[in-house]
Design a protein. Structure first.
Length: 389
């Protein structure tokens, strides 16, 4: 098939799939401007070869072709109108979108109860839309992302909280780099939202205990920490310790504060490292080993020691807060927000949040037990990050 004709028809098929799925109401077509690659062909044989392919697609019932009305026999083709997605896909030797989606849905059906976000992913594909840049042809990547999460959650339930990412990939797929190629799919499955802000690989992996190299926990404050081999006061302005080595708090303290943003942690640690309060850097969605450390720290404290979290005022920040609140409650503490009210956002740093983002922020605020704050989020409809403060 003529290469220019193929490119034009492939472009029309993309738009035609959206039309056939009901995502657009206007029947797609290629106008004279869009047909420029054909209209500017330098020789008659090349022009004829392109036209021959387009007329063959017309004969297959895929498109309608309209020539220049002033020269209906030998003039240029002025318009190509989409007619049938299945016919056009078949003509191009491609699998029709509906067939691709049905195959993908069958492959992923067993995972939907555990990962209901897959229903939204498949619905997007039916509308000829892509999720993280990929369509139904990526179903195997989603299947493998499900397998990774299930594998790591199973290990965590057995007390094994971390594993090098390439070791896990080799165990699961006999391919040490497979997990690195399915980060977008893993991210969506974990966040439960198709339009959430994409996270980098390290953030995604740490949520399920995968790592390239283990990261120390950063702690600050005039606080004595019980560790695996030694108990000592934290260095100033902060100390980096292996999460598994941190066993609890030995000295009397007046509060615990987790901070999501690293810059904010450093500045707060520098100001308050001589104060009897424990400040802990929360690196995005914390890893299972970090969460186990957090629970041990809180379990070692009296129930009346206040526990705070300072996170980003966005969907991710409140999702993290909901996880920390669950962990705190598990060991007898109630997590409270700090600087996470919409009124805390400086006027110049306020960003209007979409309705979907507001809804998810409220959802996670409710999960954290912050119902009053959830109402404020719904009223303000704002978002920002800690750097904006």
């Amino acid at each position: 098939m003529d290469e220019i004709a193929r490119r034009l028809l492939e472009k029309l098929l993309v738009a035609g799939n959206r039309f056939a799925a009901g995502a657009t109401s206007r029947r797609p077509s290629l106008t004279a401007k869009q047909l420029a690659p054909y209209r500017t062909l330098p020789t008659l044989p090349r022009k004829s070869a392109c036209e021959e392919a387009l007329f063959a697609a017309r004969s297959a019932g895929a498109i309608e072709v309209k020539r220049d009305p002033g020269n209906p026999e030998g003039g240029f083709i002025e318009k190509v109108i989409f007619l049938d997605a299945t016919a056009l896909a078949g003509f191009l030797g491609e699998i029709p979108l509906a067939t691709q989606v049905a195959t993908a849905e069958e492959m992923l059906a067993a995972a939907i109860p555990e990962f209901p976000i897959l229903e939204q992913v498949i619905a997007k594909w039916r509308q000829a839309m892509r999720v993280r840049g990929a369509g139904p042809e990526s179903a195997a990547q989603w299947r493998d992302a499900v397998a990774v999460i299930q594998f790591m959650r199973s290990r965590i339930s057995e007390g094994m909280t971390s594993l090098p990412v390439r070791e896990a990939s080799a165990k699961l797929f006999k391919d040490s780099k497979r997990i690195e190629r399915i980060v977008p799919q893993t991210d969506v499955l974990l966040s439960g939202a198709v339009d959430a802000r994409p996270r980098d690989a390290g953030e995604v992996w740490q949520e399920i205990g995968l790592y390239r190299e283990p990261q120390p926990a950063l702690l600050a404050g005039h606080v004595e920490i019980e560790r695996e081999r030694v108990s000592a006061l934290l260095d100033a302005p902060y100390a980096g310790l292996p999460t598994d080595a941190v066993k609890g708090v030995l000295s009397a303290i007046d509060r615990v504060l987790t901070i999501e943003n690293l810059t904010t942690f450093h500045s707060t640690a520098k100001r308050e490292c001589s104060q009897p309060g424990l400040i802990v850097f929360c690196p995005g969605m914390p890893s299972p080993s970090w969460r186990a450390m957090y629970r041990r720290l809180l379990a070692s404290l009296p129930a009346d020691v206040p526990v705070f979290h300072w996170g980003d005022i966005d969907e991710g920040g409140f999702r993290i807060a909901s996880v920390l609140a669950k962990d705190a409650l598990e060991v007898g503490h109630k997590l409270m927000p700090m600087h996470m009210h919409p009124d805390d956002i400086p006027e110049k740093q306020r960003v209007q949040a979409s309705p979907a983002t507001v809804e998810r922020m409220q959802h996670f605020a409710h999960l954290a037990g912050w119902d009053k704050l959830a109402r404020a989020i719904g009223n303000a409809k704002l978002t920002t990050e800690q750097e904006g403060f």
